[in-house]
Design a protein around this ligand. Structure first.
Ligand SMILES: NC(=O)c1ccc[n+]([C@@H]2O[C@H](COP(=O)([O-])OP(=O)(O)OC[C@H]3O[C@@H](n4cnc5c(N)ncnc54)[C@H](OP(=O)(O)O)[C@@H]3O)[C@@H](O)[C@H]2O)c1
Length: 461
């Protein structure tokens, strides 16, 4: 029996304790009753929520972890700024060196955002064997695979539940619930600003500009909304999900990314007419070993579960090969929803530190060299709207141009516009993106076109 114990103990030891780089203090020790020391980098919207949750539930968290969570430093740019009551002024510093000089800091929580300073701090924390919790999707989209590798090497945890979907537990679901299954598809609404703007445009017939202004007034959109309404924020979140679900590295270069800025009331009228709702979707799929990643506005059937995800809500549907569909929806941003995810990661990280087994969250996630499906090879059906001169032969020329590029029409409607003008709206059968783009290009050169063709992809999700 003793022999067996020794034999069993060995692989377990190997599994839970990878070798830290030379010079790294070995923090992976049974904890022995001391509090887990935490440093918070950033104390803005999310950081303030984190401090509030930690203060309000301190006793309960201590019970769950086995020892208290002790905030030791809060790093900010301006120590003189007004902070909430949960932020003890003695913690405040603008000098990050205080964090790394403090041996009692075992967990670093990065909620300051940005790439360079945040990235350097996280690398340094992981390099010194400290576990890290971050909410920084932009950083993870850019450097996620490298940071995961660093965490694996140092035997520390890198947790980032809040980086995608705010308070929705999507990372845990992928990491834990889907550990025994293979994810074949991810579809989501991951940008609350875009979803709020699209909801208002549909409900009130507002223009993009006025719906965005309303979102800004109500705090659902930043003063500079480019990342959100341009589709880039959703694409960053898709890159993080694809890294976990499909084990691929992806940047915007490998994705099809479009925002909602070109949409107007007439597009909502088409959508209504054909039984669809316009949503900004992220779509990730692996088919025949190739990965397809897209973030763009799309028509979804009125009966789709995504059609009823309104306002600033987020939603994600995962398709497991064995499980089938799994749907999560909730608040994708805001101080407290995001803080819930950050603090849950802090509790996980602290529990692992106390148990002497940090690094389990990150372990076993090797990145595969990515084989991306070329953008032109993705297939879906499309709505194409054409402003044309109302004269004989135009319809025949449109159908001929589409047929020449192997794009087949499922429905076509023509309405009269101004005198001598018509609007032709057609729905295609499933077609290759490359073929549809070539047909659009050909049509845009035709003499009867009065404006560039407008196109929306249709997703039966
Ligand atoms: N807000 C959300 O709903 C939400 C949701 C999900 C994820 N996130 C992510 O969470 C992170 C934080 O977002 P947030 O909305 O809380 O940001 P925020 O309100 O702008 O707060 C940023 C905080 O970081 C500090 N900071 C920024 N750069 C710094 C630097 N170089 N050195 C030291 N301190 C620095 C700021 O200090 P001062 O206070 O002195 O200015 C501030 O306290 C971002 O990565 C964001 O993408 C946010």
């Amino acid at each position: 029996l003793l022999d067996n114990d020794a034999r069993l103990a060995k692989p377990f030891e190997a599994m839970t304790r990878s070798k830290p780089p030379p010079g790294t203090p070995d923090r992976r020790r049974p904890h022995g009753g001391a509090a887990v020391g935490v440093a918070l980098l950033g104390c803005g919207t999310v950081g303030s929520g984190v401090l509030r949750l930690l203060a309000e539930n301190a006793a309960y968290f201590a019970e769950r972890v086995g020892v208290p969570i002790e905030v030791r430093h809060v790093v900010v740019r301006d120590v003189n700024k007004e902070r909430t009551a949960d932020c003890d002024r003695r913690w405040l510093t603008s000098d990050i060196e205080r964090v790394f000089a403090d041996e009692a800091v075992e967990l670093v929580v990065e909620v300051m955002g940005g790439i360079d300073a945040a990235g350097a701090a996280i690398e340094r924390a992981l390099g010194s064997g400290r576990s890290v919790v971050t909410a920084n999707k932009a950083l993870l989209a850019e450097r996620g695979p490298r940071l995961l590798e660093l965490a694996r090497e140092s035997g520390a945890d890198l947790a980032f539940e809040a980086a995608v979907g705010g308070g929705i537990p999507i990372i845990r679901t992928l990491r834990d619930a889907f550990a025994s299954d293979e994810v074949g598809e991810i579809v989501g609404i991951l940008n609350g600003t875009s979803n709020f703007v699209l909801t208002r445009m549909k409900e009130s017939g507002a223009s993009f500009a006025s719906a965005l202004a309303e979102a800004q007034r109500l705090g659902y959109a930043e003063a500079d909304p480019t990342l959100d309404v341009g589709g880039h924020d959703a694409a960053q979140k898709l890159a993080v999900l694809a890294m976990l679900a499909f084990g691929v590295r992806a940047t915007e270069k490998e994705m099809l990314v479009e925002g909602i800025t070109e949409l107007g009331p007439r597009h909502f009228a088409f959508a209504e007419r054909f039984g669809y709702v316009i949503k900004h979707l992220v779509i990730g799929r692996v088919r025949a070993g190739k990965c397809e990643l897209r973030a763009h506005p799309a028509l979804v059937p009125r009966s789709s579960v995504f059609a009823n995800v309104t306002g600033s809500l987020n939603a994600i549907k995962l398709e497991g090969r064995a499980l089938g569909p799994c749907f999560l929806s909730g608040r994708g941003a805001g101080d407290m929803p995001t803080a819930v995810s950050v603090v849950s990661d802090i509790l996980d990280g602290a529990r692992s530190i106390v148990a002497g087994i940090p690094g389990l969250i990150t372990r076993g996630r090797p990145m595969k060299p990515c084989s991306h499906l070329p953008r032109g090879d993705t297939t879906t059906s499309y709505l194409i709207s054409l402003d044309v001169a109302d004269k004989p032969g135009v319809l025949a020329a449109i159908t001929a141009a589409l047929a020449e590029h192997a794009v087949s029409i499922a429905q076509i409607v023509q309405t009269r516009g101004e005198p001598d003008a018509a609007e032709v709206v057609l729905l295609t059968h499933e077609a290759r993106e490359g073929d549809v783009m070539a047909a659009r290009e050909a049509l845009s050169r035709a003499s009867f076109m009065r404006a560039p063709p407008f196109l929306l992809r249709i997703e039966d999700v």
